[in-house]
Ligand binder design. Structure first.
Ligand SMILES: C[S@@+](CC[C@H](N)C(=O)[O-])C[C@H]1O[C@@H](n2cnc3c(N)ncnc32)[C@H](O)[C@@H]1O
Length: 303
């Protein structure tokens, strides 16, 4: 197994599980979070490019032994399909199945796939993966981005995907290592350290509702019978991002954060958050001091 560090800040070319409390993820697809997922795919284009290039290269290596390219690819918890469409573009011979519990998210996948000219090879499938897996065998590549921590029993689900995967097939897991941050310490409003405090509160909420955020995915993969072959961090680091949608992405992110925190910020920080969400000059849509920084860990494993 190799462990490496990759910087995605390269110049740009320009339903929660049953029985657990509802909480909004950092990038959650339910009720309006679909916009946030789309913006994630667009603004973090460099990260997505690095991650998907790496995954498709590794998938081809494994199946190269038996002399073929991936035929069936699954995007597990596909959301609005940045991964599914990116994989279909990179693997011109593959059928990609985008699986998600959210029908509205999958409707966006279909539109996006069609616009990208890969609509004939991207299939959508509504399924709650906590209640069992559709028979998608044989799977050559599964991409699970920011979705496994939503599942009630990720080890059981990972073992099920392994059972459906062809020999030499690959599973790629991208999960949060360090949460995305957008702001400097001193915002010129409220007291310094707003974002750090907000993330601390969010992490308390997540500890209650999404206990697998920040789990050791390599250990879970090994426990479910996979052989981990690579793990590395992909760093997102865009100072003064020039992407025209960066402000909208930040605003969508903090709007979801506000939802997820359900009033747990103190009064002064709540006022700061309102100012950030506002359309005024201090608001996220107009700020010139955004600095996107975060780390996503990419773990690759073979059946
Ligand atoms: C944070 S989003 C990630 C979406 C996408 N993979 C991405 O990286 O942009 C998590 C996704 O997992 C899906 N999800 C959550 N629980 C699920 C379940 N039990 N079965 C299927 N999908 C689920 C959600 O609907 C959501 O689309």
């Amino acid at each position: 197994m190799t462990h490496s560090h990759h910087d995605a800040s390269v110049p740009r070319t320009h339903g929660p599980a049953a029985g657990r409390p509802h909480v909004h993820d950092q990038v959650d697809a339910s009720d309006g979070g679909d916009d946030l997922l789309d913006l994630d795919g667009e603004v973090l284009e460099a990260y997505w490019g690095v991650a998907l290039d790496r995954v498709t290269a590794a998938a081809a290596e494994g199946l190269g032994v038996v002399g073929r390219s991936p035929a069936r690819v699954v995007d597990l918890g596909a959301g609005t399909g940045t991964g599914a469409v990116g994989l279909a573009r990179r693997l011109p011979e593959a059928e990609v199945v985008a699986v998600d519990v959210s029908e509205p998210s999958l409707a966006r996948v279909a539109v996006k796939a069609h616009a990208a000219g890969v609509g004939a090879r991207v299939r959508t499938l509504v399924a709650d993966l906590d209640t069992g897996w559709p028979d998608l065998s044989p799977i050559d590549l599964t991409w699970a981005s920011m979705s496994l921590h939503h599942l009630a029993d990720p080890v059981r689900s990972l073992a099920e995907v392994r059972r459906l995967t062809s020999p030499g097939g690959l599973l790629a897991v991208s999960e949060f290592d360090e949460p995305l941050r957008f702001l400097p310490d001193d915002l010129g409003i409220g007291r310094p350290g707003f974002e750090t405090r907000a993330l601390e509160v969010l992490s308390t909420v997540h500890a209650e509702a999404l206990p697998n955020i920040g789990a050791s995915w390599a250990a879970m993969l090994a426990e479910s019978g996979w052989t981990v072959v690579d793990q590395h961090d992909v760093v997102i680091d865009e100072r003064a991002p020039d992407h025209p949608l960066a402000g909208r992405y930040a605003r969508a992110w903090f709007a979801r954060l506000e939802d997820g925190l359900s009033g747990r910020l103190d009064a002064e920080d709540q006022v700061t958050l309102e100012a950030l969400l506002d359309d005024g000059p201090q608001g996220l849509l107009h700020r010139s001091d955004l600095h996107l920084h975060g780390i996503r860990s990419l773990t690759l494993a073979r059946a």
